[in-house]
Design a protein around this ligand. Structure first.
Ligand code: DSN
Length: 441
């Protein structure tokens, strides 16, 4: 295999804020800390001008952004609504109740806890609620598409607990439920996680629930990636099947960076106790408020339409990539995510991802199942459609997106920086016609 040339510039420089721009978008920040204000403006330009294909990212609405920057962040509120360790909770209690009520209504769950700081602490709270250090826990292996916190060795969840891991079949790229069942019945884990970070296919929650029942394990559905699709009816819900549902709030759900744990009433006390005082101190109330706003938005008919468009776009993008000869893990997608195996293209995933970044197409390098390369320099790139759908791109644009990826990967292999610059201009032109929500024009 020929090694592609290493590009001279590893990363794209952040754009300067436009000179002589009118009133700053954040006047207090610009006055108090111009240096930081310039960086925020540069990030705003970067998010506006580039095609963001990282499947775990999105654009929040201006309303979510406003809620997360409010004075609610000035308040300590350890405990839960009506049972706090600080006074002055007249408003905060209402904010948290609004968020939990909206989560319960949207996902149809008995109980919701909106306090976990993010997905990893949320999952850690689940272990704290249902397992003791040294117990066996089970999840999908990270290189197969799972998550670090599903018992992978380098995570605390894989060193404090005994993690056993399932994967996908080499020939299909799909989960082999016979293998999962055999493993669960042999190892008898206390907790089984399903879900992950690089799974392009529908998760069969009912199949996992049957196995967890047989093995006597608590089933946790980690729907961080697909929460918005579940809320919008574009992916089956885990709620009838899983004991606990864990999710971040900032991916397809389009909320702030945060997380939620949802469960049946019988597990409510254990989950709440694990989050606080088990693992965390005071909740981030400004985030709770922004989660409430995002849940309100996700309950609107327009969000159902958004969720279905995310999937339609991903399917169209996968089809356009297959037309161009790309090898996709599992042969396509059912959700928001496409995992491209670049082995046949003779270019490593990281080299391709960095070249695409210089072309204004933002992806991440990713392992593919049975990857012959190392995790820090793997064979794949992972892409998804939540962000581009949020800025109004539709199936009619997916051929152009696939074409940019195709040309960008070819340019990565040959080191053709001019070709990358041409793509960057084409991307900026299309992005200019589709403003990003929440990003100042
Ligand atoms: N970091 C997230 C992702 O990109 O999928 C998972 O936690």
């Amino acid at each position: 295999m020929t090694r592609p040339p290493t590009p001279a510039t590893a990363t794209t420089p952040a754009p300067e804020a436009p000179a002589g721009a009118a009133a700053p978008a954040h006047p207090a920040l610009a006055a108090a800390d111009p240096e930081l204000a310039r960086l925020v403006a540069a990030e705003e330009r970067l998010q506006a001008d580039t095609l963001r294909l990282i499947p775990s990212e999105n654009y929040v609405s201006a309303a979510v952004l406003e809620a997360s920057g409010t004075v609610l962040q000035n308040k300590y509120s350890e405990g839960y609504a009506g049972r706090r360790y600080y006074e002055g909770q007249q408003v905060i209690d209402q904010v948290e109740r609004l968020a939990t009520d909206r989560a319960r209504a949207l996902f149809g769950v008995d109980h919701a806890n909106v306090q976990p700081y993010s997905g990893s602490p949320a999952n850690l709270a689940v272990y704290l609620a249902f397992a003791q250090p040294g117990d066996t826990v089970m999840g999908m292996a990270l290189p197969m598409g799972g998550h670090l916190t599903h018992g992978w060795g380098v995570s605390a969840t894989g060193s404090w607990f005994r993690g056993v891991q399932y994967g996908v079949r080499r020939d299909t790229g799909l989960i082999d439920f016979d293998e999962v069942r055999d493993l669960a019945l042999r190892e008898r884990p206390k907790v089984i996680f399903c879900g992950g970070t690089a799974l392009p296919r529908t998760i069969d929650f009912a199949a996992f629930a049957g196995i967890a029942r047989e093995a006597g394990a608590v089933l946790v559905a980690d729907i961080a990636h697909i929460a918005g699709l579940v809320a919008g009816g574009a992916h089956p819900s885990p709620v009838p099947h899983a004991d606990v549902v864990s999710t971040t709030t900032h991916k397809t759900l389009r909320g702030p960076r945060g997380a939620m744990l949802m469960c049946r009433e019988e597990h409510a006390k254990a989950i709440d106790k694990a989050v606080f005082p088990g693992l965390q101190g005071g909740p981030h109330n400004q985030t709770t408020a922004a989660i409430a706003v995002a849940l309100h938005e996700a309950a609107q008919p327009a969000f159902r339409d958004y969720a279905h468009r995310v999937v339609a776009n991903a399917r169209a993008l996968a089809a356009a990539l297959l037309d161009r000869g790309f090898d996709l893990v599992s042969g396509g997608t059912d959700n928001h995510l496409v995992l491209i195996d670049l082995t046949g293209r003779d270019v490593p995933g990281k080299t391709a991802a960095k070249a695409l970044d210089r072309a204004g197409v933002v992806v991440n390098h990713n392992t593919v199942p049975y990857d012959p390369r190392r995790p820090f320099d793997p064979s794949g790139i992972r892409i998804g459609t939540p962000s581009l759908t949020s800025r109004g791109l539709g199936t009619e644009h997916m051929a152009a997106v696939a074409d940019w990826i195709d040309r960008g990967v070819a340019a990565a292999r040959t080191g053709d920086e001019d070709a990358l610059a041409v793509i960057r201009a084409e991307v900026a032109d299309l992005m200019g016609r589709h403003p990003a929500p929440g990003v100042p024009a």
